[in-house]
Design a protein around this ligand. Sequence first.
Ligand code: FES
Length: 934
Amino acid sequence: MPSRASGRTVSFEVDGRQLDAPVAPGQVLRTVLREAGVHSVKKGCDAGDCGACSVLVDGEPVHSCIWPAHRLDGRAVTTAAGLGTVEHPHPVQQAFVDAAGFQCGFCTAGMVVTASTLTEADHDDLPRLLKGNLCRCTGYRAIGDAICGVANTTTPAAGTAVGQSTTAPAALRVVTGGEEYTLDFRSPTKLLHLAVLGSPHPHARVVSIDVSAAEAMPGVHAVLTHHDSPATLFSTGRHEDREDDPDDSLVIDPVLRFRGQRVAAVVAESVREARLALDAVVVEYELLPAVFDPEQARRPGAPLLHGEKTSEVSRIAFPERNTVAAMHGETGDVEAALAAADVTVEGTWRTQRVSHAALETHATRGWLDDDGRLVLRTSSQVPFLVRDEVAHVFGLPQESVRVFTKRVGGGFGGKQELLTEDLVTLAVLRTGRAVQYEMSRDDEFTVVPTRHPMRVRVRLGATRDGLLTAMHVDQLMDTGAYGNHGIGVMYHSVHESTSVYRCENKRVDAESVYTNNLPSGAFRGYGLGQVVFGVESAMDELARELGLDPFELRRRNVVVPGDPMVVTDPDEETDLLYGSYGLDQCLDLVERALATPSDDPAVAAADVVPEGPSWSVGTGMALAMIATMPPRGHFADTSVALRSDGGYDVAVGTAEFGNGTTTVHGQLVATVLGTTPDRVTIRQSDTDVARYDTGAFGSAGVVVAGKALLAAAQKLRAAMVERALDLTGGAASVVDGGPLPEVVTGGVVVTRASRTPGGDPEHVVVDAGQLLAAGPLSADGSHDGTPRSVAFNVHAFRVAVDRSTGEVRMLRSIQAADAGTVLNPEQLRGQVEGGTAQAIGTALYEEVLLDEEGRVTTTALRNYRVPKFSDVPRTEVLFAATHDDLGPLGAKSMSEAPYNPVAPALANAIRDALGMRPHELPMSRDRLWRLARG
Ligand code: FES
């Protein structure tokens, strides 16, 4: 067995510091650097695909995850931390701050290293020069701006931060590689590492398992099997109400329902030793029949995945037919309305499995603190929900568990799951040691839940005037082996996609079905993207049948304030309101922009039809509505406290993973308290530090936690004013008709009557020290997420499609977003661009492929293909001018929403170009080539 002892020591320089490090045969530079505590180097793929690990070796950019460490002797390695510091950033690092050139920032340390080697002459060649650096969040426009020296951010005056493009509080740390992500810290005690033996079968039962040989392997501390697992069933999907998901999972289950499911876990001194010991675990399996197609899985006689469970205990709708959830409802009479309609259209659309492909893989490090409490540092969007469920599953008092996150390297819904924390808990409790479980990129593709594949059949009927009279959506989704999010995604997918249209006769049939495939889960849009693809494609077809402009057809049928938002039950959504309405503006903005040549030179340069007879040009549009937070409760309890230096300490439970909530929370508090965001310190996403927060999903970070913070800041402001009045002689001395006491940076200004008869009023500043001398000043704020408002997005494309190859070129990409008050324009633009880029990948090429026996065949970013810099067009982002009565200072959410209309808008443009309609995602070249041939 190779070991560090059988390697050699290399001597090299890293960021100006001499380092001697042991190197094992075959070891790469990335692991040498990380083991030496150089955390400015990130792990994204370990395959040379993503560039998160980029460093300079003797001035040349390399992917350190594939660069052989044995060549290190005498070399100089420069990471992002060596380029510059927070105090003295490298010019390119400062440019990334000024341009807001990141969101989660996990790609940024590598991105700035590569960018630091570029000159002005390279600016026209960025698509080629950045092909080795992926970003999953931004859509690349802001990265391009940063490299070309375009500044997009502003430094606001005190009390004016809301509405301005302020920088993220962590910006300088992110760009200089110092911001901590989940595993970016050195454990004070020797860490143990965990590796998992995955099932080689799609459906099997463990008959026997012998771990004795594995336990005897060098470095092994424990081998965990189903015999060690708690018997409490749970769901990896996390929601405020744990009963929203079916209890169908065990930490380690003797029944294996998909390839890769945990059979055993080895805890050892090193990852290498843990993996080697996996080979020594001897398992006898009883093979069970498997089913991979949801249509077959729900038929009588199909192999049952959870047939031994009951609806009462596990909340599975029909375990006897593999159906975790079902919805069948109707308002009016759809069949009669279709029969009577002047025009009908129908079609069936299919969507694929999509990986979140967040650049930071799932990881947890756990240990017992000095008081024996379990501590989990994890890459989660929902630390409080993880704490609650770990305590529930392991029978621990909630107060004996602490869960926290540092900055999280992307989520997109994929980290609204409990995927690593439970196994680490089991290992920590068994060994009493600190244990780390870090998923590989392979794991991310083979065991992490994906977006739900769906089959969506849509039937529409309308009058000759273009008024919808009938709508039928029949949806079937493959939830895979476990039902995490399988219930919620099903309901949500058919909700805003259908309720955005007025129609007296609606029917929805939806089922979420177990198969022996990799589980599906939460993904940006939470099912809407899939059903919107079907509905908006059908609406486009209806417009063609009617000879109506697609914008006009939407205008005639979308809900407007006063209309109920109905799926099939007119009384069902009592908490969903119009806090504002900007769909009409979005339609107008996009239609106008599409009809007008852009005055942005970069957009105009791309809007050129390629030469040649095989190219066809088309335009298409689609819309989407989304509720601005999850139904059935989403809670945030926050606090804001005045510091003696005049700054403020904020505690909020929301995790930051590129959603930008930290920036906006700082803006909200600074604006209310008359100061600047840099004087607001935010402590977050730690169950020991912040009060309760349901979590960062459902686009709730701004509209729920933001509203709670706004309340806390407003209360604190009132308390500061009251105390300042007390200290300056009471309200009676305040000048009648004069200005009210004002909270400003550093304290409160009180204008009071002069002590000298006839003298001018006095302006007295009561500073923070004086205010706090009478006792601490802090305030709490809470919000329960209701009532909910709605936000809207409209997207349009002009495309050219090469009929001879199936290639699609996006000539124009335009999205209008109705986000209410725009709290941070550059950040909001980035969310729209990032969502659009992710949706373009979904629409055109991304697909987690499984073979006919449920084996994932796309196990690397290289063959999965996340959009690169060169793949993403410049999207023109427009905002409706609305003010939401329900959101904080008029804002609505806009993290998930921009993703949803993109695929159907692109499909409708391709339909326009080819004269043939795509019905399946991804609309890959080969599919479009075949489509073009009829
Ligand atoms: Fe680039 Fe998140 S900011 S991956």
